[in-house]
Structure formats: C-alpha cells, structure tokens
Design a protein around this ligand. Structure first.
Ligand SMILES: [Cu+2]
Length: 216
C-alpha cells in the first residue's frame, strides 16, 4: 500500500516537468512574434452594434500588408478598412451591412514587428436590436396618452368648483352674511322646538307618574 503514494509523486513530478518543458519551449516563439492579446468585440462576445473592430497585440505591428476582413453568418466576406495609425492596436471600420445577425468571424492577417505575418480569427455574435423594442416604445406614448384624457376631465372638474366659489365669494358675500345671520335663528329654533317637545314630554311623564303616585 505505501508503494502507491510513493509511485504517484514521481508521476506528478514527471507531469509537472513536462508542463514546464512545454511552457519553456513554447514561450520563445510567442515572445518573438506578435500575438493577439485582446479585441473588440472579444472572442465569444455578443454585440448589438458594430461600427468598428479593434485588435490588440502584445507588440508593435508593421503598417504593411495588414488585412482584416469580416465574415458574416451567410459567408459573405467583407474587407475592412484599417482606420488610423497602426501601433500594437489595429482598428478597422465595419461598413453597414457587413455584419449579419448571428455568428460573425473577424479574420486578421497582420505583420509582426519582425516581419512575420500573424493570422487569426475572432469569433463573436452580432445581435442587432430587434424591431420589437420600437413598437413597444411607440406603445408607451399611447399608454401615456391614456392617462392624459383621464387627467383632463379631472382638470375640467377642478376648475368648476374653483369657479363656483370665486363668483360666490365676490357676489355672494352678502349671502354668506345672511346665511351666517340665519344660522343662529335656525339653531335657536331647533333648540326651542326641542325644548318645547321636552317640556311637553316631561309634562306627560309628570302627569302619568302622578296618576299612579296619586294612589297614596
Ligand atoms: Cu517572428
């Protein structure tokens, strides 16, 4: 049983040595030639707009014979015009219609500083905005118009009460004074009527109890 773990260690060391050896062997060529280190769109990206593409390399490119082309999902291949100065970054313009909805391939063939051509492909997805957002955007104004009619009736209703008080406030000041002067009379009349009723009830109650009480 102890042999199993001791046997795994040499295997692991051998595997690690192999990885290191491959890394050391692979490193010098990568350093000697320009390599793509990033792009816009990046590999695997999904973009909704595509006016230009950008390829970023780890070192200066020669501004000679750099070629960039966009391959649409239907296979149409459109050469892209390099825009501006070519440094370690190369920018190219994407003409309208060059990209199609779906998987697009950005092919490049650039010249490394040591004169060696570097070829590669960046795969990305172009997903232009669907027409559906536009109708939904036109629906939102319709939705905002619906509250507007409901708001205008309320506005019509609002001025009506406010217009009523204003004439009554000016021409009906005397009426309000009359109403105010009538109010005590109305209250007083009601109180008097209640008092009369109470007195009458009390008189009846007084008469009725007196009847039985008069049995003394
Ligand atoms: Cu080279």
């Amino acid at each position: 049983m102890p042999h199993a773990p001791s046997g795994l260690v040499p295997r692991a060391l051998a595997a690690l040595a192999t990885v290191l050896a491959v890394a050391v062997i692979a490193a010098p060529p990568a350093a000697a030639h320009a390599a793509l280190v990033g792009s816009t769109p990046a590999e695997g990206d999904t973009v909704s707009t595509l006016e230009s593409v950008e390829l970023e390399f780890n070192e200066q490119l020669l501004d000679i014979g750099n070629e960039v082309a966009l391959e649409a999902p239907d296979g149409t291949r459109t050469p892209l015009e390099v825009d501006g100065e070519v440094t370690s970054t190369l920018t190219a313009i994407v003409p309208d219609g060059a990209a199609g909805a779906g998987t697009n391939l950005l092919h490049f063939r650039v010249v490394s500083a040591d004169g060696h051509p570097i070829e590669g492909t960046v795969t990305f997805t172009y997903a232009p905005p669907s027409p559906s957002p536009t109708p939904s955007a036109s629906e939102s104004p319709d939705a905002s118009e619906e509250p507007t009619p409901s708001a205008s009736p309320s506005e019509v209703a609002t001025p009506t009460p406010s217009a009523t008080p204003s004439p009554s406030a000016t021409a009906g000041a005397a009426e309000e004074g009359q109403g105010a002067s009538l109010l005590p009379w109305l209250v007083g009349g009601a109180v008097a009527a209640a008092a009369v009723t109470a007195i009458a009830l009390a008189a009846r109650r007084g008469a009725d109890p007196n009847g039985p009480a008069g049995q003394h």
